[in-house]
Design a binder for this molecule. Structure first.
Ligand code: CUA
Length: 321
């Protein structure tokens, strides 16, 4: 059936998106067939009509013949289209069920649509990891997406895989695919879901099984760190390290090495010993106590860090000796 697509490409420079998954041809064959049938039908109809206009023009035959009906013609123009259209209907139904069949050993990945991003959940044993924006999958491996939405209707569409399925709040929907080509493929949301609907995109990244397993092991490990010092270090790197070094150097604010339980002198308050209370206050209300010799430049992190993150930061700062 490849040639139908080639004919369309030749005639109109028209192509469907790249085929990057199994069973993609089921959609394309049907689509190309209907497209070509429509083109043939259109030109056929226009051609016959033009011929009749000329052949039976009033200048040729002034008086029309009396033809009440023609049983053969009527039977043909009823039966042939009926067969064609029923054929297309059953072909479509068959292709649909073929494409919907979920292989038994399919790898399950959770998908959540939310305003306005896609979130993917991977499981390994009883550990899991959430990632957004990039859906990693191994090549030539059947995948089934278990999907839902946290807010409104979204629709998960990967043109190169010919899959599209709505995500519905309070409901599970499933869609399956087996990627056959490595590379990045675009994901769109195709259900109008609010102001940033058009920006609700993601990428399916198809990689070798080996690379996928490496990636998944790392993500699962990252997502399940429970050591408060390690988590504190991460929070520090994300939030604090532009202005504070973990050593004694001054970047903008004071370096944090040796801070824990050290006596601090301030521009605008009595000195205190640096304990958990002081560190918490310095994060949430930095200008209450401004360290001597430093400008009052820090903004409050109130609302930007969770209580847990603040606790982890304190645990991390304790280790900077
Ligand atoms: Cu989500 Cu449109």
């Amino acid at each position: 059936m490849r040639f139908l697509g080639d004919v369309l490409q030749l005639l109109f420079g028209f192509t469907l998106p790249e085929q990057a998954a199994e069973n993609v041809h089921l959609v394309d064959d049907l689509y190309n067939f209907v497209m070509l049938l429509s083109i043939v039908g259109f030109f056929g109809l226009m051609g016959v009509m033009t011929y009749f206009i000329i052949r039976y023009h009033r200048s040729q035959n002034d008086k029309s013949a009396y033809i009440p009906h023609n049983a053969l013609a009527e039977t043909l123009w009823t039966v042939i289209p009926t067969i064609i259209f029923l054929g297309i209907a059953f072909w479509g139904l068959w292709a649909y069920f073929e494409k919907e069949r979920i292989p038994e050993n399919a790898m399950e990945i959770g998908v959540v649509g939310k305003q306005w991003q896609w979130e993917f959940t991977y499981k390994k044993g009883n550990l899991e990891a959430n990632v957004s924006d990039v859906l990693y999958v191994p090549v030539n491996t059947p995948v089934v997406l278990n999907m839902t939405s946290t807010d409104v209707l979204h629709s998960f569409f990967v043109p190169s895989f010919r899959i599209k399925r709505d995500t519905v709040p309070g409901m599970r929907t499933r869609v399956t695919f087996t990627a056959t080509k490595k590379g990045d493929f675009k994901v769109y949301c195709t259900e109008f879901c609010g102001t940033a609907h058009s920006k609700m995109r993601a990428t399916v990244r198809v990689v070798s099984e080996e690379r996928f397993n490496r990636w998944l092991t790392r993500e699962i490990k990252e997502a399940n760190i429970s050591d408060p010092v390690e988590l504190g270090f991460r929070a520090f790197s994300r939030n604090c390290s532009t202005c504070h070094s973990a050593g004694t150097d001054t970047i903008i604010g004071p370096g944090l090495e040796g801070l824990w339980e050290k006596k601090r002198e301030f521009e605008n308050a009595d000195s205190v010993v640096a304990d958990a209370e002081y560190i918490r206050e310095s994060i949430l209300n930095p200008n209450a106590k401004v360290v001597k010799g430093f400008p009052a430049k820090m903004n409050s992190f109130s609302g930007l860090l969770t209580e847990k993150e603040i606790d982890n930061l304190i645990e991390y700062i304790k280790t900077l000796k």
